[in-house]
Design a binder for this molecule. Structure first.
Ligand code: GRG
Length: 295
């Protein structure tokens, strides 16, 4: 019998930690300080992106070991983005996941190198997955490169930096976050579909829609939590968006309307799954889990 979903969160997280430790260079391997810092960057976190990969695999009835590389590669790109985002030239944050951010624990040069090394390792992990066909691996590398590069996450970060101090419209704000945060969350679904090879087009576009809606809802919720939470809850310095005069959903829409927009998007994500019937249960549960998060 399947474990209840609340237990599956623990299982997904343990699976992710194990899969990552198998793919990261050992801490003792030369250059040991860099490798230690890569482990530091990859530890902790909610593992939402990996969980989306495993839940999507369950919905598509794909064995979990066929998406381990996708889950790890996306978590590595995510970890690198957080390390670079915390640097003084970016968001300049001393705290991450309740711990000193990487450049505080180590140093700035190491933080830059950790980001570079995690990013390249993510693509290596996909390329080396012997459980998948060469076509599947190429498709996954392409999807991840698109989602994380200048037309995805990095592009979103560039738009974000350029728009500091400006009043963005809702459309501009959505475009920013669709790139900065949404692209990588959406990539979880796209990589899982690519790993499977042949997924019915109506099912892959339903999953893509789910990913798009969850990606944007997640960011709106993050903006709301940044306003409502204290730093000890978020594990990073709260209230920075306001301090740095960034446009956020609560600032542009108002807190109540921002919450309603997030609720609508979570509902659209759930609706997108109708085509899967009962098989959608893991992804439905995950949408509810993310919607209910407090940090
Ligand atoms: C600097 C290359 C570069 C990219 C930066 C995604 C991004 C672009 C920066 C991350 C900064 C940030 C806080 C973005 C919003 C996305 C977000 C809410 C990230 C935090 O994701 P969680 O909550 O983190 O899933 P954990 O720690 O749980 O893994």
């Amino acid at each position: 019998m399947q474990a209840p979903f609340s237990d599956r969160v623990t299982q997904y997280r343990e699976r992710t930690a194990q899969a990552l430790s198998m793919r990261l260079p050992p801490i003792t391997q030369h250059p040991a300080r860099l490798h230690e810092a890569m482990h530091y960057a990859s530890d902790g976190g909610k593992r939402l992106r990996a969980m989306i990969c495993y839940a999507a695999a369950e919905t598509l009835k794909i064995e979990a070991d066929r998406v381990d590389s996708a889950a790890c590669a996306i978590e590595m790109i995510h970890a690198y983005s957080l390390v670079h985002d915390d640097l003084p030239a970016m968001d300049d944050d001393d705290l991450r996941r309740g711990q000193p951010s990487l450049h505080k624990k180590f140093d700035e040069a190491t933080a830059i190198l950790v980001g570079d090394a995690l990013q390249t390792l993510a693509f290596q992990v996909l390329a080396e997955d012997q459980a998948l066909s060469a076509d599947a691996r190429i498709a996954m590398v392409r999807e991840l490169a698109l989602a994380s590069g200048s037309r995805g996450m990095v592009g979103g970060q560039a738009i974000d930096l350029a728009s500091e101090g400006q009043n963005l419209s809702i459309a501009e704000l959505e475009a920013l976050h669709v790139h900065k945060t949404g692209a990588l969350l959406r990539a979880c679904l796209r990589l899982v579909c690519a790993s499977a090879g042949q997924v019915d087009a109506s099912k892959s576009s339903a999953l893509d829609r789910y990913g798009k809606c969850i990606g944007l809802a997640f960011q709106i919720q993050d903006d709301v939590l940044d306003v409502e939470s204290c730093s000890s809850v978020l594990g990073k310095t709260a209230g920075k968006d306001e301090a740095s005069q960034k446009s956020t959903y609560p600032a542009v829409l108002g807190l109540r309307a921002a919450k309603e927009r997030a609720m609508d998007l979570f509902e659209s994500a759930r609706l997108a799954l109708t085509i899967f019937g009962e098989d959608a249960a893991p992804l439905l549960w995950l949408a509810n889990f993310i919607e209910g998060r407090e940090h």
